[in-house]
Design a protein around this ligand. Structure first.
Ligand code: DOR
Length: 440
């Protein structure tokens, strides 16, 4: 092959550059070289994109790769292979590993392993606090110098408001956002499900919406006081969306993300597919799946731009982590390989526009963490800069089969569902990684 590739006849949606039209994309010398109708495919590999969407490679701000420390749940190799399969070419790795990346040398070792094993671009997220223990701050300048793109204690909130305030000040001086798992641990009391109708029925201890809402309010107040960039991770409640909307209107530097799981599912998923009363531990996630009103508010918030980005919170777990009583099950959903079809279902239902769905998976997350500055062209299809493109068929039917996931985590409450939307080709670093529709 000549190293030239033409992606032919797809609907190119590139929100960063305001493109939405049927066009050809020529990739040559490792970058997007030309975007125009009817490009010649002479001496070029051809990817037939007829009927497909051609978008920038997806960007995930919230991926749990599990390595180092939890290789029985996932490794850098397996989970980045899952990312690629899902159409994601850039992922940001959450720091709840062992050891957690709370100093420069731990990040340096992690980056070496990423360099060796990763199948997509991976950016590390460093800890806010040493050991993610919430007692004293991590070595924030070291983490920045080592290449972290954000800070988070994800899995844990930064419970101490004063520590969060100082963390925001130092992160801001270093130029990094804090991606905060906004939760009030005292209020949520270790509940395993949304507090409400279903928790009462199943006799499970619930997490009230107020645990998230009050933490989001505190964190927004601290972002306002410090002027630091706060990113709210996996927002799940209607009230929290309203707080973010108000904060943005007042110019507070806040961005936020929502997971495909919270956009697509409600607390009803906890019942599982079998006869009631029963529960599916694969529907346990933190924050918990909420009510239909919350879900609708999240979709509306995403469409309007109050919520900036879709982030998977891909959380692979081993079988034994979920084969237990609900309250003992590890929270989290393996999501990288189902994110696209769940989001496309929302588009097919008319709840979310295609343009916004693509933006929320590409340019919007890239901007949240400045990834388009770190690697120009990330999240867009920019001539002379972009190296990553995904071609997906929004109408292709897929049956969710966890056993066929390349992720080690087979934990999904979507098993057996028929959804629409499948990546058919992924270009990473200018190279075709999947050949499903290669015709020439
Ligand atoms: O459900 C979750 N799982 N929420 C988190 O915040 C952490 C994650 C994990 O690491 O498993």
């Amino acid at each position: 092959m000549s190293g030239r590739m033409v992606i032919k006849g797809g609907r190119v949606i590139d929100p960063a550059n305001g493109t939405d039209a049927v066009l050809d994309v020529l990739v040559a010398e490792g970058v997007v070289h030309e975007i125009a109708p009817d490009l010649s495919s002479e001496n070029a590999e051809v990817v037939d994109a007829a009927g497909c969407i051609v978008a920038p490679g997806f960007v995930d701000l919230h991926t749990h790769l599990r390595e180092p420390g939890f290789e029985h749940k996932g490794t850098i190799a397996t989970e980045t292979a899952a990312a690629l399969r899902g159409g994601f070419t850039t992922v940001c790795a959450m720091p709840n590993t062992e050891p957690p990346p709370d100093s420069g040398p731990v990040v340096a070792a992690l980056l070496e392993q990423i360099e060796r094993d990763a199948h997509v671009r991976v950016y590390p997220i460093g800890c806010v606090s040493a050991g993610r223990r919430g007692k004293e701050l991590a070595a924030i300048q070291e983490l920045t110098d080592a290449g972290c793109v954000a800070l988070s204690d994800d899995g844990n909130p930064v419970g101490d408001g004063q520590l969060m305030r100082h963390g925001l000040e130092l992160a801001s001086a270093a130029g990094l956002p804090i991606s905060e798992h906004s939760d009030d641990p005292a209020l949520n009391g270790g509940g395993s499900i949304n507090e409400g109708r279903i928790s009462e029925r199943l006799g499970l201890h619930g997490q009230p919406a107020a645990a998230e809402v009050s933490a989001v309010a505190r964190n927004v107040a601290l972002a306002e006081a410090t002027g630091a960039h706060l990113h709210i991770a996996h927002i799940s409640t209607e009230r929290a969306v309203a707080i973010i909307a108000d904060a943005k209107q007042r110019g507070v530097p806040v961005t936020c993300e929502v997971t495909p799981s919270h956009l697509f599912l409600t607390e009803d998923a906890v019942f599982g597919p079998g006869p009631e009363p029963a529960y599916d531990t694969n529907a346990r996630i933190n924050p918990p799946l909420r009510t239909e009103d919350d879900r609708r508010a999240l979709v509306a918030g995403l469409e309007s731009g109050v919520i900036d980005a879709i982030a998977t919170d891909h959380a692979p777990h081993a079988l034994e982590d979920k084969l237990c009583e609900f309250e003992h099950a590890a929270p989290g959903i393996s999501c990288l390989e189902t994110a696209l079809p769940t989001v496309m279902e929302l588009v097919h239902r008319g709840e979310l526009s295609m343009a916004r769905a693509v933006e929320a998976l590409t340019s919007a997350p890239a901007r949240c963490f400045g990834l388009d500055v770190k690697t120009p062209g990330t999240g867009s299809i920019s001539m002379g800069a972009s190296r990553d493109v995904v071609v997906f068929d929004p109408a292709a039917t897929v049956t969710i089969e966890p056993a066929a996931f390349v992720s080690k985590g087979k934990n999904t409450p979507l098993a057996g569902m028929e959804l629409r939307g499948r990546p058919v080709a992924v270009v990473l670093d200018g190279r075709l990684m999947k050949e499903a529709t290669v015709t020439g």
